[in-house]
Design a protein around this ligand. Structure first.
Ligand code: HPA
Length: 247
């Protein structure tokens, strides 16, 4: 039996994964339009993988304009059953200092105005997916085991607060998220996770903290700081992905 490809929704950094052998790329159409970029089919240590860069091949699509429905539909059409959403986040809780990796286990959605469901009524009908546990537990555990197996420190849980962006939050907004129970904040976790559930995909998120969230340190959050932490953390995130693709 051929192993099912692992789907990865990530940033452009994955292209730099030296171990990724790109086999081909395919422009696909879905009932919801085009995904952010052509799908990349490749192998990571011999394990099949399908990759789509969430923000587009040239990183030009902001969080509120991503076609989340098309990205997930395209991955499912490609035969993918498991999807890892890579996520850069701001750390709110103490263990999530810049550089920390986490596999969140809960979500609070603060986004608005995004195309967030496949069940629009009419032909698609009315359907209410269960979202009590928003991430696929089997894939969460696989990611955690993969990280532990290669001795990469990773935080086993946490609540992801999904904000609208593209601006960062005010300190008061982060204080509110913290009171709500959020441990990290990012702009792309929703509706990605709930659409994956609607499509029957097993979806989990691999989060990398790239800054302290607003008001958690003195001074403004700079893009330089975010880029520095992305650059330094991505290699570890890629190692975890390689290990889970091989598992
Ligand atoms: N807020 C929202 N999204 C983010 C942040 C943040 O501080 N850092 C990286 N993505």
């Amino acid at each position: 039996m051929t192993a099912r490809a692992l789907g990865i929704i990530g940033g452009s950094g994955l292209g730099r994964l030296t171990a990724l052998e790109i086999e081909h790329q395919q422009q696909v159409e879905t009932p919801y339009g085009n995904p952010s970029a052509p799908l990349t089919f490749g192998r990571l240590y011999g394990n099949p993988l399908v990759f789509v860069p969430r923000h587009g091949a040239e990183h030009k699509i902001p969080p509120h304009r991503i076609n989340y429905r098309a990205n997930l539909w395209a991955l499912r059409d490609a035969g993918v059953e498991r999807v890892v959403g890579m996520a850069a986040v701001g750390g709110i809780a103490l263990p999530l200092a810049p550089g920390a990796l986490a596999i969140p286990d809960q979500i609070i959605d603060y986004t608005w105005g995004r195309e967030h469901t496949l069940f629009e009524g009419d032909q698609s009908g009315v359907s209410h997916i269960d979202f009590s546990a928003p991430y696929c537990e089997a894939l969460r555990q696989a990611l955690l085991a993969a990280a532990t197996g290669i001795e990469i420190a990773i935080h086993a849980g946490g609540t992801y607060g999904a904000t609208q962006g593209p601006r960062l939050e005010s300190s008061a907004e982060i204080a509110r998220l913290e009171r709500d129970g959020c441990d990290m904040v990012g702009m792309t976790g929703m509706p990605e996770a709930s659409l994956a559930r609607e499509l029957g995909l097993c979806y989990a998120s691999l989060a990398l903290s790239v800054n302290w969230a607003a008001g958690k340190t003195d001074g403004p959050i700079t893009m330089a700081e975010i880029e520095h932490n992305l650059e330094h953390g991505m290699a570890r995130a890629h190692q975890v992905l390689s290990a889970v693709a091989a598992a």
